[in-house]
Unconditional design. Structure first.
Length: 438
């Protein structure tokens, strides 16, 4: 009897443990798994730059037609789509790009006009093969406008295109906001001298009390050491740099990624004074030598302000016990072919005000000490060998009283110490740069 009870107890226990384990696959409604993403605004008075991409699911791999960002957006190569601005009076403002296959008579680059040097520089800084620019310098701010998008999809068989479809999108019709004057861009260093903060000052009449800024940055920096010589692998010679040539000075460009918005609602005057936008710490390469910011100001409509306020809250004001709950950010772009399709992004239309500011890092930048550098003198016979190990000549080595050695020796350093291009920049100096460095 006891044996039967034990067996029965074990049987019940096994059913309890194993009987309830099964795969649970709930039926979920069909949802859109990839969204079109639109970035850019219609800027009256300068060139408007746009990017089009698709959101990417976790674990999804990208391909060569896309540039994938850290936020999961895949920007599409600009030959796969087109944009243009349509004014309500029927005027069309076409786009152009710098894709390898896009240069043709029907799609020419914008020609700068007298006085447009700053605007031209800004466009050159912003464009890449994933961007398109629209010349909206002559856009009439008294006429409503909207953005039109055409996105191309293909069916391939080998190298042959079997089918091409065009998906059409558009923004809402937009009133062009008039922004106030951006008087200046200021800086302020904190008491600990660890951060430099950038602020703006505005004045003048505007059609809206909501503002947004985006900052296009360029900066000059240096290598850790100034190399006086370079190696020519084809002739196995170490040669001196001539006429100021060097790998010591470099330049780089970028765009400040912060969402920078403000409102003057509640203020007696529609004016902002020393309104702080972003900061750079004293170890940032951007402030190592000379930093330049082109601050571009636009005014937002009330709906655009609510969109950017919600997006900023969702991306920055999260994680705390009393943080606001994430909210959905609905844009103003829709599909002309499928009214159920969700599109991410918000297009605003505004005049602009631009201010350029140069800032020196002298006295603020905390230079990283030169450490872990191994240098070595070597004769000519070894040059090609060490060049292959990413070493570069630095300075001649003093051989002292030893005149019996027929070889000339040079001090060689790791390339990362003497070539500034190893730190992400290049030798393309902006045309507006205020010094004579090469």
């Amino acid at each position: 009897m006891k044996r039967s009870q034990v067996i029965l107890s074990l049987l019940i226990a096994s059913l309890t443990v194993f009987g309830c384990v099964y795969d649970y696959e709930p039926e979920l409604p069909d949802v859109q798994d990839s969204f079109l993403v639109v970035e850019g605004d219609i800027l009256a008075g300068m060139q408007s730059v746009f990017r089009i991409g698709r959101s990417m699911n976790i674990g999804q791999e990208s391909n060569g037609d896309y540039y994938t960002t850290s936020t999961g957006t895949r920007w599409m190569e600009s030959s796969l789509w087109d944009v243009y601005v349509e004014a309500e009076d029927g005027t069309i403002y076409p786009s152009w790009n710098i894709s390898w296959n896009s240069w043709n008579i029907l799609n020419p680059p914008v020609v700068p006009r007298p006085g447009d040097s700053l605007d031209r520089v800004l466009t050159e800084m912003a464009l890449d093969s994933y961007s398109r620019a629209i010349d909206t310098r002559d856009l009439n701010p008294d006429v409503r406008c909207r953005l039109r998008i055409e996105y191309y999809t293909y069916e391939w068989e080998g190298w042959e295109v079997l089918k091409r479809d065009t998906l059409r999108y558009a923004s809402e019709w937009l009133e062009v906001q008039r922004t106030s004057h951006l008087d200046s861009v200021g800086t302020k260093i904190n008491d600990e001298r660890t951060m430099m903060y950038f602020n703006v000052n505005t004045s003048g009449e505007t059609s809206s009390r909501y503002y947004r800024w985006f900052a296009r940055e360029s900066w000059e920096y240096t290598a850790q050491l100034y190399a006086q010589y370079y190696y020519n692998p084809s002739t196995n010679e170490v040669l001196a740099y001539q006429d100021g040539e060097n790998t010591y000075y470099c330049w780089n460009t970028g765009t400040q990624g912060s969402i920078m918005t403000a409102s003057s609602e509640g203020l007696a005057e529609d004016r902002l004074s020393q309104y702080e936008l972003y900061g750079l710490d004293n170890t940032s390469q951007k402030i190592a030598y000379l930093y330049c910011v082109d601050m571009i100001q636009e005014s937002l409509s009330a709906d655009a302000w609510r969109y950017w306020k919600a997006l900023k809250s969702n991306t920055t004001d999260v994680g705390g016990l009393f943080s606001p709950q994430p909210s959905e950010c609905y844009g103003n772009i829709f599909s002309l072919d499928d009214e159920t399709e969700i599109v991410l992004g918000y297009v605003n239309a505004s005049t602009v005000s631009i201010c350029r500011r140069f800032v020196s890092g002298d006295g603020f930048y905390r230079k990283t000490p030169v450490t872990d550098i191994s240098s070595m003198p070597m004769p000519v016979d070894w040059h090609r060998y060490y060049y292959g190990f990413d070493y570069r000549p630095y300075v001649p080595t003093d051989r002292g009283d030893d005149t019996s050695d027929p070889f000339i020796y040079y001090e060689w350093m790791p390339r990362r110490c003497v070539d500034c291009q190893m730190r992400g920049g290049n030798k393309n100096k902006p045309s507006y740069w205020p010094n004579d460095h090469k």
